[in-house]
Design a protein around this ligand. Structure first.
Ligand SMILES: [Zn+2]
Ligand SMILES: [Zn+2]
Length: 205
């Protein structure tokens, strides 16, 4: 679908914040098992990022990294470890940097809004049980792995374009390993699932 141009709140904010690939992204993440709450958070963070980028200057130094936006979002969203004082302080700093943060937080969408958008505008069924299956998990991990691989490969390409790096045939690979910190054994997700847990759990029984 891509450019649904629907008139629901999600469609309106997508247009206002230039979130061009929003529908495809939300649909991919939904297929990969993300919850409605996670989807709403992803969209809301993208709005925050756009608002900050548009303000430029001082604002962008507040969020010069991915973690910057995540951290700001958590504070503004009133995460459990956030005090009201901290929230007000961050809001004030953003306002001083030229971000109309009241408008951004008013524009934030709820998980019910993203659900309606998926159901009514994109014809995506969200009624499935939120429980996870092995194949959901494998798909989600593979999706994240492939995405990381692409981001890294693109970054290497950009370094080459910028003349900061010289390599004829770079091949980028990202491998996902899960290590048990109790015993130090390390597994692929598939092997860990097949073993139904770390081998050290058997030792204890
Ligand atoms: Zn919509
Ligand atoms: Zn272990």
């Amino acid at each position: 679908m891509g450019e649904s141009q629907c008139s629901c709140k999600v469609g309106r904010v997508a247009e206002r914040y230039d979130l061009i690939a929003l529908d495809a992204d939300v649909q991919d993440r939904h297929d990969a098992g993300a919850s409605l709450r996670e989807l709403a958070t992803v969209v809301n963070k993208q709005m925050l990022r756009t608002a900050v980028e548009r303000a430029g200057g001082d604002a962008s130094t507040l969020v010069s990294s991915e973690q910057g936006v995540d951290a700001l979002f958590d504070v503004l969203n009133g995460g459990e470890e956030t005090t009201e004082t901290e929230r007000v302080r961050v809001k004030t700093r953003l306002e001083q940097a030229g971000v109309d943060i009241e408008t951004v937080t008013d524009d934030w969408i709820s998980h019910a809004t993203i659900k309606n958008h998926l159901n009514d505008c994109l014809s995506v069924d969200t009624s499935r049980e939120p429980s996870i299956t092995e194949s959901d998990a494998i798909n989600t991990v593979e999706w994240a792995r492939a995405r990381s691989e692409n981001v890294v490969a693109e970054t290497i390409q950009r370094l080459q374009n910028a003349g900061l790096l010289e390599i004829d045939a770079p091949a980028t690979s990202v491998t996902v390993r899960i290590t048990c910190e109790d015993c130090g054994r390390s597994y692929s997700v598939r092997d860990l699932l097949d073993a139904e847990g770390c081998a050290c759990m058997d030792d204890e029984n």
